[in-house]
Design a protein around this ligand. Sequence first.
Ligand code: GLN
Length: 482
Amino acid sequence: EAYLSAIERANPVLNAYVTVTADKARDMAKASDAKLALGEGGALEGIPLGIKDLFATEGVHTQACSHVLDGFKPRYESTVTANLWADGAVMLGKLNMDEFAMGSSNETSYYGPVINPWRRSRLDTVVMPTTHQGDGGFVSAGGAKTARTLDNAQLVPGGSSGGSASAVAAFLCAGATATDTGGSIRQPAAFTGTVGIKPTYGRCSRWGVVAFASSLDQAGPIARDVRDAAILLKSMASSDPKDTTSVDRPVPDYEAVIGKPIRGMKVGIPKEYRVDGMPEDIEALWQKGIAWLKDAGADIVDISLPHTKYALPAYYIVAPAEASSNLARYDGVRYGLRVPGKDIVDMYEKTRAAGFGREVKRRIMIGTYVLSAGYYDAYYLQAQKVRTLIKRDFENVFAAGVDVILTPATPSAAFGVADEDMASDPVKMYLNDIFTVTVNMAGLPGISVPAGLDGKGLPLGLQLIGRPFDEETLFQTAHVIE
Ligand code: GLN
């Protein structure tokens, strides 16, 4: 009830939830109470969670925050959410996100932008998210686009899991599911002072998660601290016959490593992440992180990941290519929106023209271009080769004994809603992913952990990157930083 009333008060401003499942939440909570009264119950019994709108939830509107999926209520449950419910978690509702998870600011949603609970005061200082009070109304949960006013104190929560990050930061759920194709868990976590982990590709089942770029997509949690993230990932992860890319290996007890010393651990600092024009605040944060780990007894070593600079351009070929193929299924026949036309082709065209937003159309056009005959070798094949080189860079470093890599999570703190620079140039928006995409290209686990504030008092995150299936080292090291 506390979370539901917090949502009611704060959501008109934050726009973090697109669907609130209050009745379902109460029913699930009652069932949990009954279990707990008998001394039974799972690892998450009664814990209220928010679910990114990308996860299929049986009988509950699932739209990937796209107009094209209007009214879609799946008849099945994603494996990740089914795992959470099996452990006793309670569903509060579905969380806003960039349309089809394409974006870095949560401004491409059909339901309008999500607002970061951290805000600039008009004097350009920062107000921490400690209350649930709103001061003005715009989008209502589940309501389509309604008139809204933006004030210049408002910041984006990052994307695409902006609803998840904003809801966790504002106490609108105890934890949330999210997904990360190029940074969509870690970047919003960094922008909101929360913890987000993208596990190794294959750790969580992608079954029932609306596909964006299937070779990069992974589910993971956003939580208030490292321990909560560890507990949530333990429940979310599983091998699943319904997703052949999920991996059949036991899920460790991640929580057990928290508090274990990191003495003697080898931490790599990649020189290629010192990018041109990196703000002083970010460099200072990185140095602080290095000092903390050194103080805790870690061995700090300089490393090189020479193909890093090609990761972002290669990602923005591979991800749109896969997206253009995955999104071909939204044709007005099988799901959601249908705009009638004079014949079937006309119906397809009208449905897709009306159903997809600008950014999604841009990705489909890039994707079909790089996959088309004549360009395939020059772009798509080349990007796949670059991807292998990026993966090898990491393999070499880990083979040389490095246990974990430390980098900044993002090149800046949260920026303003409707930022003119970002809005006018999509490449500027894509640059937000510069530190996060390499991890997806290589299929590795990465965590973002809050590590301090910038000069204006906004949260910043550090990223730790680990060996495949070594999420434990990430939790262990992140706990030293938080
Ligand atoms: N910002 C990146 C993109 O728009 C990553 C998105 C994601 O991780 N889902 O593609």
